[in-house]
Design a protein around this ligand. Structure first.
Ligand code: FE
Length: 328
């Protein structure tokens, strides 16, 4: 009885001492709610959140200045995280845990942001429209054999800007421009989102599209009979283009130590087991059990040579090249 009393007093004390955290995030509420609750359960620290579009949240944090109660900014795509870092809203953070758990290509060179889950941007195809062995690589989608068979998402989406940044990093400007011109030449229609691309592939409007895997996962979960499959390109070369969802500590936070602990927890094995799975993404560390659905998509070689900070640094050039190639 006495022990129980002491334990509950300790928990109460922890709750009083623990300062709440505020996360500004562009992630959908249902993707973060449970993991934030799990943290509170384990540590007593309540994680509050405010959701919105990445660009708008960055402007809000800037506008609020020193009065902002944001401790952490969390979003998707290294392009967005990098943009946040250029707006001066993030605090560089050194942490042995973050550096150990997060491979260096999945975090900022300057320690302003850290990848917390991995997503793959790969090729989805309609098996009725594509012959065995026909698919090879992102580059191959620019060749004449895909004329009138490719569907692209708009170049305005950061996911494609980061993909093109990776190509620039890999091939240089001239060759990348050639590749994008090839894509545009083969393209059937520009879509506003990945799900629309997948639906167009499923109904045979095009044979292939470039998408993030979790959109495929969501659509096929709803309708398992859809003629849609995933292909892992560039397995003989640099590997599949991957990106992250991630976060950084807000410069004006009054709670930086607590914010750092929370990021460290998110990058821990314990949290990684659930964090990536909610959205059918991949954990940042290898050898963790994968979601059963994700596991079925098979193993692949990812491009681990491309440091995602480069996706930000090369973003402007990527946008320029896509404009030049008339990729709308
Ligand atoms: Fe997305």
């Amino acid at each position: 009885m006495k022990t129980i009393l002491i334990i509950s007093m300790l928990i109460m004390a922890q709750n009083i001492l623990a300062e709440d955290l505020m996360v500004y995030t562009s992630r959908k509420e249902h993707l973060v709610k449970d993991i934030f609750k799990q943290y509170q359960k384990e540590t007593g620290v309540k994680v509050n959140y405010r959701t919105g579009k990445a660009g708008a949240l960055i402007q809000t944090i800037k506008g609020e200045g020193a009065k902002s109660n944001a401790d952490i900014f969390m979003t998707v795509d290294a392009g967005n995280l990098w943009y946040a870092s250029t707006q001066g809203i993030l605090e560089p953070t050194r942490s042995a845990i973050l550096e150990k758990n997060i491979p260096s290509h999945l975090r900022d060179l300057d320690n302003q942001w850290f990848g917390l889950s991995v997503r793959a941007r790969t090729i989805a195809y309609n098996p009725k429209k594509v012959k065995e062995g026909e698919l090879i690589s992102y580059e191959d989608l620019a060749t004449a054999k895909w004329k009138g068979r490719l569907c692209l998402r708009t170049s305005k989406k950061v996911y494609n800007q980061s993909l093109v940044a990776m190509l620039i990093d890999q091939h240089g400007y001239t060759r990348t421009l050639e590749i994008i011109k090839g894509w545009v030449n083969n393209n059937v229609e520009i879509f506003s989102n990945d799900t629309a691309v997948l639906k167009a592939v499923a109904k045979g409007q095009c044979a292939v599209g470039i998408v993030n895997t979790y959109y495929y996962g969501r659509l096929v979960k709803k309708d398992p009979k859809l003629p849609l499959k995933l292909f892992w390109p560039n397995q003989e070369s640099y590997g599949v283009h991957i990106n992250v969802s991630g976060a950084g500590i807000v410069k004006t936070s009054k709670n930086k130590e607590a914010a750092k602990k929370f990021l460290e927890w998110l990058a821990s094995k314990n949290a990684q087991r659930s964090f990536a799975q909610v959205n059918m993404e991949y954990p940042i560390m290898e050898n963790l059990p994968q979601n059963n659905v994700v596991k079925k998509w098979g193993e692949f070689k990812a491009n681990t040579k491309f440091n995602l900070s480069r996706a930000g640094i090369l973003q402007k050039d990527a946008v320029k090249l896509m404009y030049e190639a008339k990729y709308k």
